[in-house]
Design a binder for this molecule. Structure first.
Ligand code: PLP
Length: 429
């Protein structure tokens, strides 16, 4: 056993038999852990080159005030994002408060009454149901504005259903939405290659359809981003991957210049575009977070790779299973009962650097239909690039383990969470 595992044995937080299982899991995971390190190194250079090409200087790290006309920091940041994502332009702002906001901003700037939105990756992320108007209160939703919505589910293998998509696409379809990550569902995340093929297919039928990608949780997991492979517009949250665990708020859009300008007009006011505004002193953190993001995403990826192997040895059903390709930072595990979900979340929370003494309880969150339980002992509230475990309390009681700034922390926390399942009698060693 390595020094690290021997040290963990001395900490007396978990049964030594469980530590043995963890050691074996890590050994099984070695090829995947190495592959994740390789991707992180490549992406680190991609981001570094973007910084150098944009000529980022110390001056850029200081944000302007007031209207922010010609604010160097804001302009440089958006240039670095555009270069990193292989896009014409970017909108990266503290005024975009979350991933849901970034996606809503993108979609609402693209869609007019009478247009149709088509999701080709099944039901979108929970919080978007209210935005679209498929559930809950329709006030202010796309539905109320006369924007129609249709969706095509992924097929049995979790792949895009090309035949169905071809049937459903019409000249009314203005925007095709692709969700890269699994979100709160047992589906696969879509690889960049699959996203590329899907976009090519849609454009071969209707070249003018706008392909939008919900890129939340996907950034830097592979060597390319959706905008490198034909997406017209993509959006995400800075308290997930691209903020590197450093950005305390914010969201981004990357894509075609015209679409970015339209979205900025929507966020601020028609005619203002992306030429105004300041990040109010957060700019430096946005830059530094982006620079660190490939490395941190690599750590998170390694953590969930370990977790998948560990869960498998314990005969827990996981998605994705060990050895399958990844395109996001989510590891789902099926626990079958609400009590097991609570025990698991307790173990993750208890192994957190912040609020380790807190016991997570289910509750209702704005924008979500079901009760949600959330273990998040994070430095930035709800930041799911940090290690979190959560899930809606509905059968078959799946927990979504996500993020992790430090591989060693994730390993410790996951072993601790499983120990809770052992204590509660859900797992026998
Ligand atoms: C997290 C997430 C969102 C929403 O982001 P918030 O920042 O939580 O609003 C949307 N889509 C996917 C796939 C996500 O993972």
């Amino acid at each position: 056993m390595s020094k690290f595992w021997n040290y963990l044995l001395t900490r007396n937080f978990a049964d030594s038999r469980l530590i043995q299982v963890a050691v074996e899991a890590e050994k099984n995971a070695i090829p995947e852990l190495q592959a994740a390190t390789e991707v992180a190194r490549i992406n680190q250079i991609r981001v570094l080159e973007a910084f150098r090409k944009a000529g980022i200087s110390e001056l850029h790290l200081k944000d302007g005030t007031g209207y922010g006309y010609g604010d160097l920091g804001r302009q440089g940041l958006e240039e670095v994002y555009a270069l990193t994502f292989g896009a014409e332009a970017a909108l990266v702002r503290a005024q975009i408060i979350s991933g849901t906001h970034a996606i809503t901003l993108a979609l609402s700037s693209l869609l007019q009454p009478g247009d149709e939105l088509l999701s080709v990756t099944g039901t979108p992320y929970d919080s978007l149901a209210t935005v679209i108007g498929v559930s809950g209160d329709v006030r202010g939703s796309f539905k109320e504005q006369g924007i129609t919505y249709r969706e095509v589910s992924l097929d049995r293998e979790g792949k895009p259903d090309y035949q169905k998509i071809a049937e459903v696409l019409t000249p009314k379809t203005k925007v095709v939405m692709i969700q890269r990550s699994r979100g709160y569902s047992w589906r696969r995340s879509l690889s960049i290659k699959e996203i590329e093929e899907l976009i090519k297919f849609v454009k071969s039928i209707f070249p003018r359809v706008i392909c939008f990608v919900d890129n939340c949780y996907g950034e830097f997991v592979e060597e390319k981003e959706p905008t490198h492979v034909g997406a017209d517009l993509a959006a995400g949250s800075l308290i997930k991957n691209p903020g590197g665990g450093i950005a305390p708020t914010g969201g981004y859009l990357v894509g075609k210049t015209e679409l970015i300008t339209t979205a900025a007009d929507r966020l601020f006011a028609p005619g203002l575009g992306n030429k105004l505004g300041t990040n109010l002193g957060l700019g430096r953190l946005f830059y530094q977070g982006l620079f660190l993001a490939p490395q941190i995403v690599g750590e998170a990826l390694k953590g969930i790779i370990f977790a998948a192997h560990f869960f498998k040895l314990l005969e827990l059903e996981t998605s994705p299973p060990p050895g399958s390709p990844r395109s996001d930072l989510v590891q789902a595990v099926k626990l079958h009962t609400p009590e097991a979900v609570k025990a698991f979340c307790r173990g993750i929370q208890n192994a957190s650097p912040v609020d380790s003494f807190v016991v997570p309880e289910p509750g209702y969150f704005p924008g979500y239909a079901d009760e949600i339980i959330m273990a998040a002992g994070t430095f930035i509230e709800g930041a799911s690039l940090e290690l979190t475990a959560d899930g809606p309390l509905r059968p078959p009681y799946i927990v979504y383990l996500q993020g992790g700034l430090s591989y060693a922390h994730t390993v410790y926390a996951v072993v601790n969470a499983v120990q809770e399942l052992v204590h509660a009698g859900f797992i026998k060693l």
